[in-house]
Design a protein. Structure first.
Length: 402
C-alpha cells in the first residue's frame, strides 16, 4: 500500500455564523476557493498534478449545493481537468474528506489529492438540507432520534458530569484558544479572507470570548430543557437508557460549539508525487477509521472509533502524544478523557470548537491542521484527531510528524 503524506494544510479564520459575522458576505464558493487558491499559490503547485478534490459539506443545498468541490476547483484556477466530489458525514465530513483523499493515494488510484471542507452557517442554515432522520418515524423511532443537545445532557447525566464540570471545561477551552492566538500557534495554517475587492475582511477567529469565566457561564440557563421536556425527547432518552431516572440539563451556548463560517484544505500525495512537485512532507497518515455508535447517546463515537483506529494502527493510547477531540459539547470531551484516563494536557491544547467554533463540514480538516502545527511547534510525534457525529458515529485519523 502506498504511503499517504500530508504536504500542507490551510484554513480560514472562523467567522461568527450570523448575519453580522465578518464572513457572512462571502459565499460558500468564496470560502472554498480561498483555501484551494492558497494551497496552490503558496506551494507553487501546478494544478494539473492534482487528481481529485474532496470537500465535506453538511448542508450542500442552495449556493453550497451542486458539488461544491468541483465548482471550487474550477473557480480557484485549477482548470477544467481537475475533478471534485462533495461528501457528507455530518460533523466529521471535513476529516472524512481528508481520509477519502488519502485513501485514493494509498490505493494507488491517484498521486496527488486535496481533502477538506467548507460550511457557511450564516448563509445556509443549519439543517437546511433536511433528511429522514428527524422526521420519518421509520428511522426516527428505532434510532431514538433526539436533538444533539439533549444527547449531550444525557451523556453528562449518565457519566456523572456536573454543570461545574462542563463550565470549567469551557473556560479552559477559551483560555487555551487565547494563548494559542497570543503565541501565534495558528500562524502557519491560517490564511486571511478577502472580499471581492481584495480587501482583507477577517484574519482572526471571531467567535472567541477570552473573558469567559465560571461566573459569566453560571448566568446562562441550560439550552435544551424545553425541547427535552415539552418536545418529549427526555422520555426518548430515558427509554433508551432506563438506568437514567431524569436528565440533568447542563449544556448551554457557553459550553457548546459555536456556529461559524469557514473552510479548510489539506494537500495529500505519494512520496513520488511530492518529489515531482518539489514538496516537503509535514506528516504521514498512519491509520483512519469510521464506526457506528449507540444512536441515543449519539456523541460517544470518538471513544469507540479511537479503540478501532488504535487497533488498526497497532498502537495503544500511550503511543499518542496529542489529541484533537472536537468540542461539539463539553461532555463529549469529558467522556473521552474519562474513558481513556488521558491527561487533559494532551487534549485540545490550543482550545477547540467551544471557543473557536464548529463550521460543520470544515471542522475535521481544521483540527487536523491544528494537530500538525502543534506537533511541529512542540517537537512531538503522533496525534489522533476525532469527531463525534450525528446519528451515532465516529471518525478518527492518526498522523505522524515527518
Amino acid at each position: 500500500m502506498t504511503q499517504a503524506y500530508i504536504y500542507d494544510c490551510v484554513r480560514t479564520p472562523r467567522g461568527r455564523g450570523k448575519t453580522d459575522g465578518s464572513l457572512h458576505e462571502v459565499s460558500t464558493l468564496g470560502l472554498a476557493t480561498t483555501v484551494l487558491g492558497a494551497l496552490k499559490e503558496r506551494n507553487h503547485l501546478d494544478p494539473k498534478l492534482v487528481d481529485d478534490v474532496v470537500l465535506g459539506c453538511v448542508d450542500p443545498v442552495g449556493e453550497a449545493g451542486g458539488d461544491i468541490a468541483r465548482m471550487a476547483a474550477m473557480a480557484s484556477g485549477y482548470g477544467h481537468e481537475v475533478p471534485g466530489v462533495q461528501i457528507n458525514r455530518f460533523c466529521a465530513s471535513g476529516l472524512d474528506a481528508v481520509n477519502f483523499a488519502a485513501a485514493q493515494i494509498m490505493a494507488g488510484a491517484h498521486e496527488l489529492t486535496i481533502g477538506g471542507g467548507v460550511e457557511s452557517m450564516s448563509r445556509v442554515g443549519l439543517g437546511a438540507s433536511g433528511g429522514a432522520w428527524p422526521v420519518d418515524p421509520a428511522i426516527a423511532i428505532p434510532a431514538y432520534f433526539m436533538p444533539q443537545g439533549v444527547s449531550a445532557d444525557l451523556i453528562a447525566t449518565k457519566y456523572g458530569f456536573s454543570r461545574d464540570d462542563v463550565d470549567a471545561y469551557a473556560v479552559e477551552s477559551q483560555k487555551r484558544a487565547k494563548r494559542a492566538w497570543d503565541e501565534n500557534r495558528f500562524e502557519r495554517s491560517i490564511i486571511p479572507v478577502r472580499d471581492v475587492n481584495g480587501l482583507t475582511i477577517l484574519t482572526h477567529d471571531e467567535h472567541m470570548r477570552p473573558g469567559t469565566d465560571m461566573q459569566s457561564l453560571a448566568a446562562l440557563k441550560p439550552s435544551f430543557v424545553m425541547m427535552a421536556e415539552q418536545g418529549g425527547f427526555a422520555a426518548v432518552a430515558i427509554q433508551a437508557h432506563p438506568e437514567v431516572e431524569a436528565i440533568n440539563h447542563v449544556h448551554h451556548a457557553g459550553n457548546s460549539s459555536g456556529i461559524v463560517d469557514g473552510a479548510a484544505a489539506v494537500l495529500i500525495g505519494s512520496q513520488q508525487a511530492g518529489k515531482a512537485a518539489g514538496l516537503k512532507p509535514r506528516a504521514k497518515i498512519r491509520a483512519f477509521a469510521n464506526i457506528g455508535s449507540e444512536p441515543a447517546l449519539m456523541l460517544t463515537g470518538p471513544v469507540d472509533v479511537t479503540r478501532k483506529v488504535l487497533a488498526r494502527a497497532g498502537m495503544t493510547i500511550k503511543d499518542i502524544d496529542l489529541f484533537e477531540v472536537n468540542e461539539a459539547f463539553a461532555s463529549v470531551v469529558l467522556r473521552y478523557l474519562q474513558a481513556f484516563e488521558i491527561s487533559p494536557d494532551k487534549v485540545n491544547v490550543n482550545g477547540g470548537a467551544i471557543a473557536l467554533g464548529h463550521p460543520l463540514g470544515a471542522t475535521g480538516a481544521m483540527i487536523l491542521s491544528t494537530a500538525i502545527d502543534e506537533l511541529e511547534r512542540s517537537g512531538k510525534s503522533t496525534a489522533l484527531v476525532t469527531l463525534c457525529i450525528g446519528a451515532g458515529m465516529g471518525t478518527a485519523t492518526i498522523i505522524e510528524r515527518v
